[in-house]
Every structure is written in structure tokens, then in C-alpha cells.
Write a protein that binds this ligand. Structure first.
Ligand code: GLA
Length: 388
């Protein structure tokens, strides 16, 4: 007998049944993320430290007899989108490309994915840099993995979801967001070496220390995101080639000055300084968290922001204003999180200062004529899983 869906999954399950005339075979969930530190390091083979959010995407899915994919989204009006199983990059645009891309990625890797119906429902704030696309990709990837008995291990599943985004959607992202969505654990941040793909679950419980990790969504419209992201990536690759290393990960902090002296291009020098120093900051944060000295990560977060602002040049006025206002109001550390050019800031704050910090950011935004920001407390949530 099929179990009754719980309230958490009933809306997506009901939408599936209404559209496709039968119950789904199962419902899978995959989360969005915030990155605590390690920004723009993942495509340089470096270190990252994300955690999963309680926000995510739920995918109700069922195998079908037809050789095609039908998918509806509760966030998008209209009938289900139908995609042929052999759709190629360029054939599908808009939100359904993330779903079609996962099917394409699995099939081109040799996995036998057949006809499938899907309903997806998400609550990751859109355009906030909290990985709503990775959550969508990974919820669908997990559903297909189980529905078709593919037996794909989590790390490979994350890589296949990344490939969907790189080669089907056309966004040259690293692997952090998909790894976070698939592999994060409740109560932990995920320390990931994006070269070896070795992970360590590091306990992270600010509340037990009287601290709160605030996520402040600036609501700044994402500007130039994809093009500027690709440019940053290209600059890093060019610098690595000049330095004769496989990736900037191979430049150690104590070799930084020598490496910089070998680069003629001033922009490349700034990009390299960010990536090399950021990798070192991730390792410092992890060491600090292991010793339980939570407050000591604050200055490292703030230094990361300065580096992203001055050397990597991916912040905008809203991000800088939010960080400055949070720090002035008593945050122990604050930084932009995600790709930049808009999106969110995280701030580590004493719990009894949280409201004051949010108010201070609101006031600063109002003074600057920016749209009103919103905020929530981030508590590390579980990674992708089957809900029923
Ligand atoms: C985006 C990408 C990630 C990563 C971050 C920056 O979120 O999807 O792969 O590069 O930007 O750290």
C-alpha cells in the first residue's frame, strides 16, 4: 500500500496527481545552501564550507510509459512542460532546462533514464544566491537515481547535476552548490576539497554558544551575474596557466608574493590574491571550528568580504552596505555569500544583538535608497533525501 503523504509533501504530491492522473512513486527533497566561507574557490580546485538550508525543492516523481519528460512547477503557471528524452543543450530554455539538463546529463553518462513525470515545488528565495537551481537539479537527480535504480553515489550525482548546469543550462559554475545540496548534514557545515572531493562534516551549532548566523537577503537585482562569473573563471584559468599550475589551488599562501610577481596583468594579480588567501581562510575557519572557538571565525568572514570586494570585485553597494551596517551594530563577522553581484550576506551575531543588527541593516538600506532587505536565521539542515 502506498503510504499517505505528510503535510510537508502533500501540495507537490497533489499537484502531481491532478496533472498526471495518478499518485507519484515518491517525493524527494534537496536543499539550497549558504556558504560560510570559500567563495569563488571551487572552480580553482580549492576549499569551500557550505551548509544546507531548510529551504529547498521537493520533487514528486513517477515513471511513465511515454518516452518523454513531463514536468510542472508550483511556482510557474501553466500546463506541464514536455521534453523529449533525447533533448540536447539549446532545446529547452527557462526553468525546465534545469530538469531537462539533469535527464540529459544522466543519459549522456550512460544511465538508462526512461519516461518520467515530475512536479516540483520550491521555497528557496529566487535570485538570492542561495542555490535554488542546485536544489532543483539535485531533487530531480535523486528522484531519477532511485526511480530508475541507477545506483549513483552522492559525489557522482553532484557532479552530474553540475554538468547539467554547465553544459545544458550554460552556467560555468563549480561543484560547491550541488555537493552541498546532496551531501550536507543537519547540524554541520560541509568542508569540501573540490579537487579530491574529500568531505568532512564539521559540527556547527552557533545557538549552543549564544550566537546566531543571520542570512540577510539584500534583494539587490542580480546584475551581469553569468558573464562576470565566466570572466572571473577565465582570469583564474589564465593566471594558473601562466604560473604553470593545474589550478590556483596549487599556489600556497607562502608562495603568493612570488606568484604575483610573475603575473603582468594587474587584474589577474588581484584575482589570484583573493583565491589563494580565501583558500587559507577556509582552512583557518575549519581549524577554528574544530577547537570550538566560534567567535574567532568572525574576523575571517569579514576578511573574506574585503577580499571579494577589493580583489575579486564581485560585491555591489547593497552587499557592502549590509556588511558594514551589521559590523557596526555588533556582528562578530560578516560577508557576502554565493557568487556575488547581489544576493545575500551572512553575519555571525550574538543572539541578543540579532534584531539590532537586522534593524541597522534596514536603516542603512533605507538611507541609501535601497529596497528593503529581509533576514532569517540559518540553522544547518539535512541534505537531499527521500521524503516518502
Ligand atoms: C556560485 C556557483 C558556485 C561557486 C559560487 C562562488 O554559487 O554556483 O559553484 O562558484 O558561485 O563561490
Amino acid at each position: 500500500m502506498t503510504p499517505e503523504p505528510t503535510a510537508e509533501i502533500s501540495s507537490v504530491s497533489t499537484a502531481f496527481t491532478e496533472a498526471f492522473g495518478r499518485r507519484p512513486d515518491g517525493v524527494w527533497a534537496a536543499p539550497g545552501r549558504v556558504n560560510v566561507i570559500g567563495e569563488h574557490t571551487d572552480y580553482n580546485d580549492g576549499f569551500v564550507l557550505p551548509m544546507a538550508l531548510p529551504h529547498g525543492v521537493r520533487a514528486a516523481a513517477g515513471r511513465s510509459r511515454h518516452a518523454r519528460v513531463r514536468v510542472l512547477s508550483l511556482q510557474e503557471p501553466g500546463a506541464p512542460v514536455t521534453v523529449e528524452l533525447d533533448a540536447r543543450p539549446g532545446d529547452v530554455t527557462g526553468w525546465a532546462a534545469y530538469v531537462a539538463g539533469v535527464v540529459w546529463s544522466l543519459r549522456t553518462a550512460g544511465y538508462d533514464v526512461g519516461g518520467v513525470d515530475l512536479a516540483v515545488d520550491g521555497d528557496v528565495p529566487a535570485g538570492a544566491g542561495l542555490s535554488s537551481s542546485a536544489a532543483l537539479e539535485c531533487s530531480v537527480a535523486c528522484a531519477l537515481n532511485e526511480l530508475f535504480g541507477l545506483g549513483i553515489e552522492p559525489v557522482d550525482l553532484a557532479r552530474l547535476a553540475q554538468r547539467a548546469e554547465n553544459d545544458f543550462v550554460g552556467m560555468p559554475c563549480g561543484v560547491m552548490d550541488q555537493m552541498a545540496s546532496v551531501n550536507c548534514r543537519e547540524g554541520h557545515v560541509l568542508f569540501l576539497d573540490t579537487r579530491s572531493m574529500v568531505t568532512e562534516q564539521v559540527p556547527f551549532d552557533p545557538a549552543s554558544r549564544g550566537r546566531t548566523l543571520l542570512v540577510i537577503d539584500t534583494h539587490a537585482p542580480h546584475r551581469l551575474v553569468d558573464g562576470e562569473y565566466a570572466k572571473r573563471r577565465a582570469a583564474c584559468e589564465a593566471a594558473a596557466a601562466t604560473l604553470g599550475v593545474a589550478a590556483l589551488r596549487d599556489v600556497a599562501l607562502d608562495e603568493l608574493d612570488t606568484a604575483l610577481a610573475r603575473l603582468d596583468d594587474a587584474t589577474q594579480r588581484r584575482r589570484v590574491r583573493h583565491v589563494v588567501s580565501e583558500n587559507a581562510r577556509v582552512e583557518d575557519v575549519v581549524r577554528t571550528l574544530r577547537t570550538g572557538e566560534l567567535d574567532e571565525i568572525g574576523p575571517l568572514l569579514t576578511a573574506s568580504h574585503a577580499s571579494l570586494r577589493d580583489d575579486y570585485e564581485v560585491t555591489v553597494g547593497e552587499l557592502d552596505t549590509a556588511v558594514e551596517a551589521a559590523l557596526s551594530a555588533g556582528a562578530l563577522g560578516a560577508r557576502m555569500t554565493g557568487g556575488g553581484f547581489g544576493g545575500c550576506v551572512i553575519a555571525l551575531v550574538p543572539r541578543d544583538r540579532a534584531d539590532t543588527v537586522v534593524e541597522a541593516v534596514r536603516a542603512a538600506f533605507s538611507d541609501a535608497g535601497y529596497a528593503e532587505p529581509s533576514a532569517f536565521t540559518a540553522v544547518p539542515a539535512p541534505g537531499a533525501r527521500r521524503l516518502f
